[in-house]
Design a protein around this ligand. Sequence first.
Ligand code: ATP
Ligand code: MG
Length: 560
Amino acid sequence: MSENTNNIENRESVNFIQKIINEDITNGKYNKRVHTRFPPEPNGSLHIGHAKSICLNYGLAMKNNGKFNLRFDDTNPATEDESFVKSIVDDIRWLCPEWKDEPLYASDYFDKMYECAVELINKGLAYIDDLSSEQMREYRGTLTEPGIESPNRNRSKEESLDLFTRMKNGEFKNGEYVLRAKIDMSSPNINMRDPIIYRIMHIAHHNTGDKWCIYPMYDYAHPIEDAYEGITHSICTLEFEDHRPFYDWVLANLDDFKDEPTQQIEFAKLYLTKTMMGKRYLKQMVEQGLVDGWDDPRMPTISGIRRRGYTPEALYKFLEDVGVAKSQSVVDIAMLENAIREDLKEKAPRTMAVLDPIKVIITNYPEGQVEYLDAENNAENEAMGTRKIPFSREIYIERDDFMENPPKKYFRLFPGNEVRLRYAYFIKCNDFKKDENGNVVEIYCTYDPATKSGTGFTERKVKGTLHWVDANNCIDATVRLYNYMMEAEDYDKTNFLEKLNPNSKIILENCKLEKNIMDYKIGDRFQFLRHGYFIIDSDSTDNHYVFNQIVSLKSSFAVN
Ligand code: ATP
Ligand code: MG
C-alpha cells in the first residue's frame, strides 16, 4: 500500500477536473477559490457510486485548500424522508472523518428561490402557464420536432406575478398552474423548451413544514443552491450534461449570480459488475424485504459496505484506482475486493477459525493436559507480535480437511496420512468414526511430540498444513458468508428482483473460534487463516459473537 492513499487529500493523480481547477486558479477565476459540494436527495441511503462523488468533491476541496459543503437537495417533499438525512450524514462522517461541518439544506433557500423566480418574471423570462400536463407534453415536441409555444407564453408580467403570488398563497389546487422559464420552444435541447420551474404541491416539507405549497423544480433550484453557497465547481454525473445549458441560463439571468456563475462539470457514474446500483432499485430490495435493510452487508450502500467490514481507506484506494472519467464504464468488483484485501493484509490480526468443525482426538496426548503454543498475529507484519494458543487432546478441524477416500493430490488428512497443524505438531490419522447415517463424526490421530512448531524440526516433510482450534478452549460463533446478490450476468433494472441470488447469504452456526477473540469488540476485523477477512458484527452480544465475511482470501475471478 502506498502512503498517499491513506488520506483523501494526499491522493496524487490529477484527473480532468483538477486540470480545469488548475486552469481556473491560474486565470484567477473565482478569486482562486475552490468550493465543491455533494448534493444528495434524502430519498434513500447512499451507495458506493455516491462515495465516489463524495470523495471526488471532498478530495478536490481539500487538495486545493478549498471548502466542501454537504447540502441536502431537499426540494421535493413528495419523495423525501428525514431518516435518510441522518443516515447520509453518518455515512459521510465515516467516509470523511475530518469533515466536521454541519449539513446545509436547499430548503433553507426557498425564499431566495422564490425571489429569483419573481426576478425572472419581472424580466419577462418566466410566465405562468395553465396547460394541462397532457397538453404540456404535446406542446413540448420531440427530439426531431420543435415544440409549440403555449398560448399563455405572452401573458403579461403583472398577471404572471399576481398568479404566482396566489399560487404561493395556496389559492389553487395541485397542477392548476405552473411557472415556466421563457426560453425557446424550438431549441434542439428539450430542456430549454420553456421548462417548468415551480409547481403547486400541497405537501408539508420535513424542514419548512406547511410554509410552502409551491416547490421549485430540481433543474431550476440546483444552480441557485450552488451559486448561493458560493460553489465554484458543481460536479455532477453525465446524465446532467444536457441540463447544463439550462443551469447556465438560470445563473446568467439572475443579477446576484451572473457575474461569477458556478460552473457545472460532469463525470461518469461508477458502476460495478455483479452489483445493482441506483437508489430506487436498492429501495425496492429493502421495501420488499429481500435484504436485511439498507445496511445489509450484501448491499452496495455505504452503510452496507461499512457493516460488511470495508474500511474508508480501502474505498479511497479503490476510487483512486478507478479514476475519474468522462465516459461510462463498468468496473470489475474484483478491484474493490482487492482494495480491502490490500488494506487489511498488514492491519488485521490473524486467527484460526473452524467454520465447519469436525472433532479430532489425539489419542496419544495426555488427557487433561493443556499446553500453550506461540502463534504469530500476522505473518506479514511482525510488529503485531504473537499470542499463546491452547492445545490439548481434542481439537476441531474443518470437515473438508478430512477425506475417507481422497483423490490424488489431496494433501490434507486421510487415513494413514500425516499433516502439520499450524503452530502445533504433526498429526497422523489412524482411524475415524461414523454415525448411523454414514457421516464421519470423529477422527483419531496420534501426534509426534518431536515435531513441535518452532523447534526447528526438519526430519520429514508433510505437504498439508491445517488450521484448527482447541476443542476444550474455544468459543462458538455465528459466521455469515456472502456471495454476490447479482450472480447471474443477465440482470437489468427490469428483472433484477427475480434474478437475486438465493444463496447470497449463508449463515453458519457453531463455528469454533480461538478464545482470544473475546479480547476484541464489535467492528474489529480479522483474517481467519485460509478463509478470508471477517468483522465482528453489531448483532454480537456479550456472550455470542457474530461475524460477517468481508472478503475471501483470493479473488474468485480474474482481475483486469
Ligand atoms: P441514484 O441514481 O442512485 O438514485 P442519484 O443521482 O439520484 O442516484 P442523488 O442523491 O441525486 O442520487 O445524487 C447525489 C450525487 O451523487 C449526484 O451529484 C450524483 O450525480 C452522484 N451520483 C449518483 N450516483 C452516482 C454513481 N453511480 N457514481 C458517481 N456519482 C453518483
Ligand atoms: Mg437523483
